[in-house]
Design a protein around this ligand. Structure first.
Ligand code: SR1
Ligand code: MG
Length: 425
C-alpha cells in the first residue's frame, strides 16, 4: 500500500488489517481514536477500546515534513525506521524502561506500541512539582545499559562498525547540528525568546569568541565521536513516569554518537526544571504546599538531587557493567593481561572525559532551549515576560559556565552548587 497520512477514520481501517492489533484491541467498531497533537515531528494517536480500557495502543506515524513548522520544512519519513529499530535495540538492552513495539510498517512509517496509560510526560510532572522516588535510579540504569552495550567496550569491533553503518540518521542529526549547536549561538531567524530578555544576556553569548569556539567544539564531538547508539533526544519530554515506573520514549534521533550527548541533554533538562521552578512553585501555590507537607525536602533540592544521582548512578553503573564484562570475558578494550591499576586508570579517565562532554552538551542544550526553536514548556509557558526573562538569564548563565568550564568540573556537586548560585542572579 502506498504511504498515506492517516486520520482517525482511515487509521481504524488500517488497524483492522493488522492481526496482532486486532487481537489486542478486540471490537474494532468500539474504538476511541484521538490524535494527541503535541509532537514536534509526527502524528501520535491514542487508540483505546470503549468497552475495555485495558485494550489500548499508541500509534505514531511520521509525516513527510516537520510538523512543528509545516510542509515548508520537508523531511523524509526515514525517522520512523530509525525509531522502530532503536526501540527494538534499546528494548532488548533495557526492557524495563522501553515501551514494547507491537507492530511496525516501514511503508506507512507507522509504529504501534505499548500505551503507557498510567504514566505522564516527565516534563509535565516536574512543572507540577511531583517527586518520583525511582527516577534517578531508573534513568541512570537506562543510560548505563543502553550506552554500554552499544559501545566498543562491549561489542566486537566488527559488530560495532556494522551497527554504526546501520543507524545513520542524516536528517535528524542535521536538525540537532543546526538547532542545538549553530543557530542559537548566532542571530538566526529561528531563534525565539522573551521580548524582555536583556540584550546584554544575548550579547554575552553571541559576541564572545570563546562561546562560539566551545559550541563548535561540541558540534564536532557530536558529529565525529561515534561511541554508542544514542537515544539522541533524551530530554524530559522523552520520558514517561509514574510513582513506580519510568519509560524512555521517542528515540527517532537515534544514531551512533558521543555517550555524553544523552547524559548531557537529560542533565540540562533537569537543570532547566530546577531553575524554572522559581516561577512554577509560586504559581502552584496549594499544590506546592501539599508537596512540601508530604516531603520535607524542598522540591528544588529534590531536583538537584536527581541531577547528582543521575550522573553518579550512571557513572557507577556504566563502570560496573564494564568491569563485570571484562572479568567475565577475561579480556578488555586494552587487551589481555592488563593489571588492575591500568584498567582502573583507563576507566577513570574515560568517565571523566564523558563527564566533561556531558557538561558541554548540557550547556548547548540549555542555550538552545532558551534561545532556539523548539521550546520547553517550563520556560516558554511562563506568561509574565519579566519573570520569564529572569529565568532565561539564569539559564543562560548556567549554560555558559557549563560550556566554557566543562573540563574544569571534577564532580557533579560542583555543577549543582553552580546551579544554586545561578538561581540567585
Ligand atoms: C525541529 S524539531 C525540534 C526538536 O524537537 C525534537 O524533540 C528535538 O529536540 C528537536 O531538536
Ligand atoms: Mg520527541
Amino acid at each position: 500500500m502506498t504511504y498515506q497520512a492517516l486520520t482517525p477514520d482511515t487509521l481504524a481501517n488500517y488497524l483492522r488489517q493488522v492481526p496482532e492489533l486486532l487481537t489486542l484491541l478486540g471490537d474494532m467498531d468500539a474504538l476511541d481514536i484521538v490524535e494527541v497533537g503535541d509532537g514536534n515531528l509526527n502524528l501520535v494517536y491514542f487508540v483505546g477500546s470503549r468497552t475495555n480500557p485495558e485494550r489500548s495502543v499508541v500509534v505514531k506515524q511520521a509525516l513527510p515534513y516537520l510538523r512543528l513548522v509545516g510542509e515548508g520544512w520537508p523531511l523524509t519519513r526515514h525517522r520512523a525506521d530509525r525509531e522502530a529499530h532503536a526501540l527494538k535495540v534499546f528494548g532488548a538492552r533495557c526492557p524495563q524502561h522501553v515501551p514494547e513495539v507491537l507492530h511496525f510498517e516501514s511503508a506507512q512509517s507507522l509504529i504501534a506500541m505499548q500505551h503507557l496509560r498510567a504514566h505522564i510526560i516527565l516534563r509535565k510532572g516536574l512543572i507540577d512539582g511531583i517527586t518520583y522516588p525511582n527516577l534517578a535510579d531508573h534513568l541512570s540504569s537506562y543510560m548505563a545499559q543502553t550506552l554500554f552495550h552499544g559501545s566498543d567496550l562491549y561489542l566486537s569491533a566488527a559488530d560495532k562498525k556494522r551497527a554504526v553503518a546501520a543507524t545513520t540518521n542524516t536528517e535528524l542529526c542535521k536538525i540537532t547540528e543546526d538547532l542545538i549547536f549553530t543557530y542559537p549561538f548566532e542571530d538566526h531567524a529561528t531563534n525565539v525568546y522573551s521580548p524582555s530578555l536583556p540584550r546584554a544576556a544575548l550579547q554575552r553569548l553571541h559576541n564572545d569568541p570563546a562561546v562560539s569556539v566551545a559550541a563548535a567544539q561540541m558540534k564536532w564531538v557530536f558529529m565525529n565521536q561515534a561511541e554508542s547508539l544514542l537515544h539522541g533526544d533524551l530530554h524530559t519530554g522523552s520520558v514517561m513516569v509514574n510513582q513506580t515506573d519510568t519509560y524512555v520514549i521517542d528515540p527517532e534521533f537515534a544514531f551512533y554518537g558521543p555517550i555524553g550527548f544523552d547524559v548531557g541533554l537529560l542533565l540540562a533538562n533537569l537543570l532547566s526544571a530546577y531553575l524554572s521552578q522559581d516561577w512554577h512553585r509560586v504559581q502552584a501555590g496549594q499544590n506546592a504546599a501539599q508537596n512540601a507537607a508530604q516531603d520535607p525536602v524542598p522540591y528544588q533540592a529534590w531536583l538537584l538531587e536527581q541531577v547528582a544521582q543521575v550522573w553518579d548512578g550512571f557513572a557507577q553503573k556504566f563502570t560496573a557493567l564494564w568491569a563485570a564484562h571484562d572479568a567475565s570475558t577475561g579480556t578488555s578494550f586494552m587487551g589481555r593481561g592488563r593489571d588492575d591499576a591500568s584498567l582502573s586508570l583507563f576507566r577513570e579517565a574515560f568517565m571523566q572525559r564523558v563527564f566533561s562532554d556531558s557538561l558541554g552538551f548540557a550547556g548547548c542544550e540549555l542555550v538552545r532551549r532558551t534561545l532556539g526553536l523548539a521550546k520547553v514548556a517550563e520556560i516558554a509557558a511562563i506568561p509574565d515576560a519579566t519573570a520569564r526573562a529572569q529565568i532565561e538569564v539564569r539559564t543562560l548563565r548556567l549554560a555558559e559556565a557549563l560550556l566554557l568550564g566543562r573540563t574544569d568540573f571534577q564532580c557533579i556537586s560542583e555543577v549543582t552548587d553552580l546551579a544554586e548560585e545561578c538561581r540567585t542572579l
